[in-house]
Design a protein around this ligand. Structure first.
Ligand SMILES: Nc1ncnc2c1ncn2[C@@H]1O[C@H](COP(=O)(O)OP(=O)(O)OP(=O)(O)O)[C@@H](O)[C@H]1O
Ligand SMILES: [Mg+2]
Length: 238
């Protein structure tokens, strides 16, 4: 059975006076990888920020496990099980890998089983175990993305929300990161992912949404989207 964990209805948001989102609706099914794709400036990051609470939604509703969480702060959402891995990773570059991971464990829900979670992320990313004492700013781009994901996992989330995971990374590393996401899905984690690379998004997701100019353009299973002439032309370069 597919159970909807997160439901977003008619989300509107923006910055200052400028409205960016004009009614975005989407759902994330528990244990699935849901992708959001769209051109630069379409409003993907803004959608994730409004969902995670880093900006306040103007209108619309966000439901999590059936509860209305629209107005909760980022902290309250983190306690409910939201983790955002932001665009550009946003690590504390002058702190070590271990310190960045520790900061990820700020919600109360993460205090229990801290040591086990640390073990889990080091099992997922052995490279980080080797580099625990290295300053995050001196890591490679790929290693920094591992830290960003691992930091999100340290909060013991139910939903991991990732903005542009593959950007700037070598294909082999991107492949490894998606293998890692697959393992996380297999243990029941829900993933909501924004991805520039539409080919990749459709290859790895269970369901995808296409956003254009702050509105939902279309949605579907990857195979359905890949077959649509307008998607093939505009997003897949076919
Ligand atoms: N902090 C901000 N203040 C003002 N405007 C912003 C801010 N962040 C984004 N915007 C504007 O909101 C619109 C949508 O931006 P957003 O970052 O959500 O797009 P995106 O789909 O994530 O794009 P990209 O693929 O380039 O990451 C853009 O016009 C952008 O200029
Ligand atoms: Mg973005």
């Amino acid at each position: 059975m597919s159970e909807t964990l997160l439901k977003v209805e008619g989300l509107e948001a923006g910055y200052g006076e400028v409205q960016v989102l004009w009614g975005v609706s989407l759902a994330a099914v528990r244990g699935h990888l849901t992708a959001i794709v769209g051109a630069n400036g379409a409003g993907k990051t803004t959608t994730l920020r409004a969902i995670a609470g880093t900006i306040a939604p103007w209108r619309g509703r966000i439901l999590f496990e059936g509860d209305d969480v629209t107005r909760l702060s980022t902290h309250e959402k983190a306690e409910r099980g939201f983790a955002l891995v932001p665009e550009g990773r946003q690590l504390f570059t002058t702190m070590t890998v271990a310190e960045n991971l520790e900061l990820g464990a700020f919600p109360k829900r993460a205090a229990r089983a801290y040591a086990e979670r640390l073990d889990q992320v080091f099992t997922l990313f052995p490279r980080l175990a080797e580099r625990q004492r290295q300053l995050a700013g001196t890591l490679s781009g790929g290693e920094q993305q591992m830290v960003a994901i691992a930091r999100g996992l340290m909060s013991n989330p139910d939903i991991l929300i990732i903005d542009e995971m593959s950007l700037g990374l070598a294909p082999v590393l991107v492949y490894q990161l998606f293998q890692t996401l697959k393992k996380l899905k297999d243990v029941g984690l829900t993933i909501l992912l924004v991805e520039q690379n539409v080919h990749l998004a459709l290859a790895v997701s269970d369901y995808a949404y296409v956003i254009a100019e702050g509105k939902l353009f279309t949605e579907g299973r990857p195979a359905e989207l890949s077959a649509m002439p307008e998607i093939r032309r505009a997003y897949l370069g076919l």
